[in-house]
Design a protein around this ligand. Structure first.
Ligand SMILES: C[S@@+](CC[C@H](N)C(=O)[O-])C[C@H]1O[C@@H](n2cnc3c(N)ncnc32)[C@H](O)[C@@H]1O
Length: 508
């Protein structure tokens, strides 16, 4: 069912009572100590308060806060009807509470249970909602990452981190529903920042059945008040502690999705001999991308143009790579070969193309991203000599299937990929096929799977690809001589690692 703007702004997905009961029952079964305080920081209609009161009874004190007054009234009413339950349900704004003070005043062990709002700061910004923490780049993203949206975060991530910080040194159990990616990010933050996040686990839930939304969600279960715990967490397939599916954790400062598999293939985590690149970015698909019909280029607006071929290149997108559709049917207009190149020369070298750009200057000039600021008019991004290499090994960042494709040229022009894909440039198609085979080998796939979180929006990231040591991988397959030949051939860009580097001074 479609959500109202108000529901979206408040990340409002009320938990069905039955699910809240299953969560409360799990906590009751798992915790050996007597919980003294049970608290829901954004309690909504109060299903978690009710379910907890049913499970833990009158030996605990119950607290619930929510911004929505009607919800507070309902939750208060539900608790009031339960015999001998002492409950305090109040209208409060999460962002206005001094959590350290409030939580330190409550008798421990505490149980923080519930379901914080489901919305990202970017989505909130897009609908003009104001239900946000004061500007705080709490993940400490800098410059480009902040500009390109890496600094996007879930409101629940921010809230859970605030709660964990406030709980430091206090004995508490945290059992909250959230996206699996949120739970991971919270734990990563805790582990990297020395917060005491004790034994932790994720218990997968079926969000489409429970909430009617298709996201990967879980019960995030953790503890505070523990000394010396390992930075690892088990993932369970359901609301139980039976047989973990896998264990993820922090290894040398990086998050690894399957610690056991990673340990086995740890030596593949090495040097980046060929620099991985993102595909081309232009933020104007309707204008800069074309199909071709009878020698005429047709853009995404359905307009037909006769254009010089000089600046048009065959293009593959994520879905093409993931589905093995390697014969390009689209073209992309690349106004530059390098990001610093001037574009006004197109006026003389390809006047029809220049006129086309002028005709669409309204769309192109209003591209919002700051990467186009102070750059030549009609600039594109994510290009360099590497984009024009004769061949590439490419992969989509968006798909769960980790399939590398060797790309060559089409009609004498190098095939481009868009900015949802990553690639390494190669000097020939046979070289691209060699590296694609290595990367698609069972060993490489197991190694990559140990790093990749398949439920992430972009399961394959450039940071993961950079870690795959092509030389070591070739050794595993007994192909180190061929790899050495390819990797020592003239670089396609100046920043390439030469063979000399890996022969002479390997650093791990
Ligand atoms: C995902 S719903 C969950 C509600 C309830 N915990 C449950 O599980 O049924 C999120 C709740 O957060 C509340 N909320 C959103 N922003 C809030 C804020 N700034 N302070 C307090 N509560 C807020 C909403 O009103 C909504 O009830």
């Amino acid at each position: 069912m479609a959500k109202s703007k108000q529901q979206v702004t408040f990340g409002d997905f009320q938990t069905p009572l039955d699910l809240a009961r299953r969560v409360a029952a799990l906590v009751k079964l798992h915790e050996s100590t007597d919980i003294r305080t049970i608290f829901e920081p954004t309690c909504g209609l109060g299903s978690f308060l009710q379910a907890s009161a049913e499970a833990f009874g009158a030996t605990s004190e119950y607290w619930g806060f929510d911004l929505n007054f009607e919800y507070v009234e309902t939750a208060r009413g539900a608790l009031a009807q339960m015999d001998s339950i002492s409950g305090h349900v109040e209208q409060k704004d999460f962002y206005a509470i001094d959590w350290k003070t409030f939580l330190s005043e409550q008798p421990s062990p505490l149980l923080l249970i519930g379901n914080p709002p489901w919305i990202t700061n970017a989505a909130m910004g897009a609908i003009g909602g104001q239900n946000l923490p004061e500007k705080s780049n709490f993940q400490r993203h800098k410059g480009f990452a902040a500009k390109t949206g890496k600094a996007n975060f879930d409101i629940s991530e921010w809230m859970l981190i605030r709660l964990l910080e406030a709980l430091q040194g206090k004995q508490a159990v945290v059992a909250m529903l959230c996206k699996t990616a949120t739970a991971r990010k919270v734990l990563r933050h805790a582990w990297l920042n020395g917060l005491d996040a004790g034994p932790s686990s994720l218990h997968l839930i079926d969000a489409s059945a429970e909430f009617g939304v298709s996201v990967d969600a879980c019960l995030f279960y953790t503890h505070t008040g523990f000394d010396d715990t390992e930075p690892t967490a088990n993932v369970f397939g359901d609301l139980s502690f039976d047989k973990p599916k896998q264990t993820f954790g922090l290894f040398a400062g990086e998050l690894v999705s399957d610690i056991d598999a990673y340990r086995e293939l740890y030596d593949l985590d090495g040097l980046e001999y060929r620099k991985w690149r993102s595909g081309v970015k232009h933020d104007a698909a309707k204008v800069m991308e074309f199909t071709r019909e009878n020698g005429v280029y047709v853009n995404g607006l359905g307009e037909r143009y006769e254009l010089e071929d000089d600046y048009l290149f065959p293009l593959l997108k994520s879905s093409d790579l993931a589905n093995g559709r390697l014969q390009p049917s689209r073209y992309v207009l690349l106004t530059q070969r390098r990001v610093a190149d001037p574009t006004d020369e197109i006026m003389t070298t390809a006047p029809k193309t220049w006129q086309y750009l002028l005709d669409h200057s309204a769309q192109l000039d209003k591209r919002g991203s700051s990467i186009y600021l102070n750059r030549p008019r009609f600039s594109v991004f994510g290009i360099g000599d590497y984009s024009f290499a004769p061949a590439k090994v490419a992969i989509s960042g968006l798909y769960k299937n980790i399939r590398f494709q060797a790309l060559g040229s089409d009609d004498g022009k190098p095939v481009m990929v868009d900015d949802t894909c990553y690639f390494i440039p190669c000097n020939s198609e046979s070289e691209a096929e060699f590296f694609a085979d290595l990367l698609n080998s069972e060993t490489a796939q197991r190694f990559i799977s140990a790093l990749v979180f398949k439920d992430a929006k972009r399961p394959v990231t450039i940071d993961i690809l950079r870690r795959i040591d092509l030389k070591k991988l070739a050794e595993y397959k007994g192909k180190e001589l061929i790899a050495a030949e390819y990797l020592s051939s003239p670089a396609l860009e100046t920043s390439n690692q030469y063979l000399m580097v890996f022969e002479g001074k390997e650093r791990y």
